[in-house]
Design a protein around this ligand. Sequence first.
Ligand SMILES: Nc1ncnc2c1ncn2[C@@H]1O[C@H](COP(=O)(O)OP(=O)(O)OP(=O)(O)O)[C@@H](O)[C@H]1O
Ligand SMILES: [Mg+2]
Length: 499
Amino acid sequence: MSSTLLEMSGIEKSFGTNKVLKGVNFELMPGEVHALMGENGAGKSTLMKILTGIHKRNAGKVAYMGEQKEYTDPKESQLDGIAIVHQELNMMKDLTVAENIYIGREEVNKGFINDHVAIEKTEQLFERLKVNISPTEKVDHLTVGQQQMVEIAKAISMDAKLIVFDEPTAALTEKEINELFKIIEDLRKKGIGIIYISHRMNEIKKITDRITVLRDGEYIGTVLTEEVTKDEIINMMVGRSLSEDPKQRSNVSPNAEEVLKVVGLKVGNTVIDVSFNLKKGEIVGFSGLMGAGRTEVARAIFGADKRDHGDIYINGKQVNIRNTHDAVKHGIGYLSEDRRRYGLVTGFSIADNVVMSALSNYSSNGIIQDHKVHQESEKYRRKMKVKSTSSTQIVRSLSGGNQQKVVIAKWLVRDSDIIIFDEPTRGIDVGAKSEIYDLMNELVNQGKSIIMISSELTEILRMSDRVVVMCEGRITGELPIENATQEKIMELATDRKEM
Ligand SMILES: Nc1ncnc2c1ncn2[C@@H]1O[C@H](COP(=O)(O)OP(=O)(O)OP(=O)(O)O)[C@@H](O)[C@H]1O
Ligand SMILES: [Mg+2]
């Protein structure tokens, strides 16, 4: 056996009085893909930030390639061959792809950015990784998935010996995920050690050798991937087992009234022709491959993007939604898939984010009533189990999954009748997923209606009363939940026939 690449032992870390790592161990061999798992807020990202020198540890040891290390700056770990793809995208939106990849890297820019070299190097890199993005494109113009791919390419371009992927696939398309897995296989063969953080059990089973589980900052254990079942891993993470069973039948009565009807929606060339309806108390699942146009449908209904054609009826009456303000007025809420860009002000507190979109509910004579704000945000913070010290905590300091919960709380507070959830559990751990599902069920029981866009078939089958499948800007089929299966959905999702 080759010698250990990384050995972290007894790592402890507190933020103020909040102890988030309590004696964590982690080991990585060269050529190993090692998963780091645990619920939202368990401490995964923090452990990686300690490794790379972004955070300073309070106790514990880090040995890398046989030497004791204590990095105080990510540049130091980078020079030592440790690269990290962060969970939060942190690129400079105004710079180009190539500039983002090579910014601050001496070998290319000798203190300034030499565009030609950077562009050429980026082209070569993308060719090798089969990434189809122009190096001169502004990052701001890329989709979240493309930005993620750029981050991954950047990490790989560093010729690292150890690469950390912190939830790399959350925003990737199926095709991109497959490319990434090939890349990881390649890196592994070269003897590079890989730390892989993901909440997606299937990925973990597919590509990792070992799994280390954290729960609430504690080290639970390390197991060989091929020797554990999914249920055993979930049990290690949450200390209980959870059901993933599909819904058996629709909970909506056949004569429930129609709350939303969309007819002939067209948006540029991403949404060609979409018509569907939604009933009171119903959850309609929108399935399809990424890029099928589901988010674009949602954004058009919500007034975030302009539609070219299409009529929208709410409770039987045609409405004119020109912007998001109109949509909200008509009782529509939209929980965006890109929480960083559209969902949250990360420099604000949990409470401020939660009530931001419904401030009028908390003011009297134009004065905001702090105690009401506090009460309401506390209620949701508890209900959704947002891992935090209080509702005054700044959102930026929450773990990724807990930020997502705040976005959800924000829309619940707004009291919309029709809520569009776009990938509501992306990046959310199994335990929190259950909580979000419970909440969605509670909402429909109260008579609200939900459109749920999701790329996870198990989620679609578990939550929907009816499944609408899209492919290339059109609805290719609709299945009552009683008839829906993964196979049928996939068939419709890859339908390329002319309609
Ligand atoms: N800069 C910070 N300041 C204060 N608290 C922080 C900071 N960073 C993280 N925390 C807290 O540390 C805990 C662990 O967070 P961490 O981001 O490591 O979780 P995680 O396991 O990566 O979760 P997720 O799956 O949601 O990404 C959380 O309770 C979080 O609120
Ligand atoms: Mg994290």
